[in-house]
Write a protein that binds this ligand. Structure first.
Ligand SMILES: NC(=O)c1ccc[n+]([C@@H]2O[C@H](COP(=O)([O-])OP(=O)(O)OC[C@H]3O[C@@H](n4cnc5c(N)ncnc54)[C@H](OP(=O)(O)O)[C@@H]3O)[C@@H](O)[C@H]2O)c1
Length: 346
């Protein structure tokens, strides 16, 4: 049994980790920490988990918590996983960070985009970017896994086959993304109030979203040349889900069928990437509550561009589901444990 601790368990990604791990037959949660609800039974914070989780929230005693666990998940705002990582490494345990602290290999880039000093830069070379489908072999051995952001997960899975096969000009990529409100976490924020979000669609962080350098770092590694993208996220009135629509210039004329063959071969055998047949496009509702990333591809022969669409549930494949998938890889158990099955529809 893998012994798991979750630091920051009462946020949305923390609660989703608890939900997924509560039905994982090879893992047991031994500690859930919270600053706001110490001593409170977890189900009282999240009533949907009554009868499924009998632990209470506890204050964080970092050395003692790490000592009780095989793996620690940090589901905290950025800037708080570095101290945890140091203790995890000191005790020879393993960390999966759902935040951004170990995603960017260059600490100067992290500090520029996140505005905080990186206090564990010496641990960055040993951290592995946890996009399960692309870096499985390195994740298996990793002591620190940097779980990808939600937008990067959808964007990178959508673009990886094109860049690996050199089918698009990496200089002309445009990513247009839409997210549900849970992407911003549970903390109070005026912009997430019902009356602000309902019946509204708006762009935010245009040309400045923090996921941009993370996406560019991974795309550059795939393309083997420095890649920059135009990335515009939008907030839309729904709870969960991300849909990315990506435009890229094709280097040679291709049909939709030809592109789909590339994608199908690239993701052959992947349990959580579904390549949709011609004429069917991804939608957030089809992945709601599941660990799937659905991908659709269309060749726009008139403009010479390919349009790729991908949908994920931001809290599952975009965060906690992929984190559990990474845990499964790290501990050599069935990669789909705790994650299989469809989502909820409608
Ligand atoms: N939401 C998503 O879709 C998503 C997707 C991918 C990645 N992520 C990343 O995952 C991490 C967690 O996101 P989330 O959406 O779960 O956030 P959240 O709902 O705001 O939860 C974060 C939790 O961390 C604790 N916390 C807050 N400030 C803290 C501090 N200064 N020190 C220690 N603990 C603190 C809080 O719990 P207590 O007050 O009870 O301690 C809070 O509930 C973030 O880094 C986020 O960027 C989120």
């Amino acid at each position: 049994m893998i012994k798991v601790g979750i630091i920051g368990a009462t946020g949305y990604t923390g609660a989703e980790l608890v939900r997924l791990l509560s039905r994982h037959t090879g893992a047991a949660i031994v500690a859930l920490t919270s600053r706001s609800y110490p001593g409170e039974p977890f189900w009282r914070v999240y009533p949907h988990l009554k009868e499924h989780v009998d632990l209470a929230c506890e204050d964080l005693d970092l050395p003692a918590l790490v000592n009780r666990c095989d793996v620690v998940f940090t589901a905290l705002p950025h800037g708080h996983a570095m101290e945890v990582a140091r203790e995890v490494v000191r005790q020879g345990k393993r960390l999966i960070d759902l935040g951004a602290d170990f995603r960017l290999q260059d600490p100067a880039v992290y500090e520029r985009w996140y505005g905080v000093t990186h206090t564990a830069a010496d641990l960055l070379p040993g951290a592995v970017y946890g996009l399960s489908e692309l870096y499985r072999d390195r994740i298996r051995e990793a002591r620190i896994v940097a779980n990808p952001g939600c937008y990067p997960t959808a964007t990178l899975l959508a673009l990886a086959p094109l860049l690996r096969r050199g089918l698009v000009d990496p200089a002309g990529i445009i990513v247009d993304a839409k997210s549900g409100v849970s992407g911003a976490g549970r903390k109070l924020d005026l912009r997430a109030h019902f009356s602000e979000v309902n019946e509204n669609v708006r762009a935010y962080a245009v040309a400045s979203h923090r996921h941009t350098p993370e996406i560019e770092q991974a795309l550059s590694a795939l393309a083997q040349v420095p890649v920059t993208i135009s990335f515009t996220p939008h907030l839309i009135p729904m709870t969960r889900g991300i849909l990315v629509t990506i435009y890229a210039p094709l280097r040679q004329e291709m049909t939709t069928g030809g592109l789909l063959e590339v994608y199908t071969a690239f993701y052959a055998g992947e349990p959580f990437v579904r390549i949709l047949p011609e004429g069917i496009l991804p939608q957030t509702k089809a992945v709601f509550g599941s660990n799937y990333c659905d991908i659709g591809v269309v060749a726009d022969t008139r403009t010479g561009r390919v349009v790729v669409l991908a949908a994920v549930d931001n809290l599952v494949k975009g965060a906690s589901g992929q984190a559990v998938q990474n845990m499964n890889i790290m501990f050599g158990v069935d990669e789909t444990a705790g994650l299989s099955g469809p989502g909820i529809y409608p």
